[in-house]
Design a protein around this ligand. Sequence first.
Ligand code: PMP
Length: 280
Amino acid sequence: RISYYNGEYVNHDEMKVKSGDRAFYFGDGVYEVVRIYDGRFFTLDEHADRLMRSAEEVMIKGLEREEIIEILHEIKERNGITDGALYIQVSRGIAPRDHGFPDGSKPVIYASIRSSKRPEQQMESGVRAVTTEDYRWLKCHVKSLNLLANVMEKQHAVENGAKETIMHRDGVVTEGSSTNVFMVKNGILFTHPADNLILNGITRLEVLKLAEENDIPFREEGFTVSDMSEADEVFYTSTTQEITPVINIDGRKVGDGSVGGTTRRLQSFFNKKITELISV
Ligand code: PMP
């Protein structure tokens, strides 16, 4: 497996990370995960744009969009993987440990690929979720490497026999530990607005586009955990989890406990997008 680190394509298992990499000390960087289906990138431009925006938000300078795109293409080609996910991260640079930004350091890029299949089974049957308070910082719109809170939140799901943790701030549902959360109530789709309290997921945006194109009414509006407990349907989205139905939250059924019709429709529209992508 070939990965990329700090200017070089290297054998993944022999890759040597620089000890002064600020990703290592501080999680001082940003990242993206991009999906490939049948050898084709899905929403590559959107991911590249978001990476540039995240870098800008945290004042990482000197990152070139073309370089990002080129590395992603190279990694895909050199590994010959057709179905999988590419990971790319950009740290602020390499320097002795000191909180303040180092002078003159250049961003350090790391990229790798792994093969993976679509999560067919969970998309079909749905998953269990649990809720907890969202105790992250107030720049959740940045796709930061600093994921300690998300890691802790996710582990809470694992330890409670669930697949995802749905977080809330003062009762208002923000998002999942690595996903965006939607609910359907009386035929209307709800999801948290794209402000500083959530990551504006590329899959989230695709779902809203699909809702728009297919006359499914939607509102980018906060809803509470209590609203969600009375929802007809709940699902979450991400690049790798696509549209995953949630059929049980905190041990209670969502709706009648089966996957709802609006979720199924959106999944089929999403499938169509992928089929179109791989048939050109
Ligand atoms: N929210 C968070 C906190 C995430 O980490 C992710 C995925 N990385 C998402 C939402 C979903 O984003 P996307 O659809 O772009 O993968």
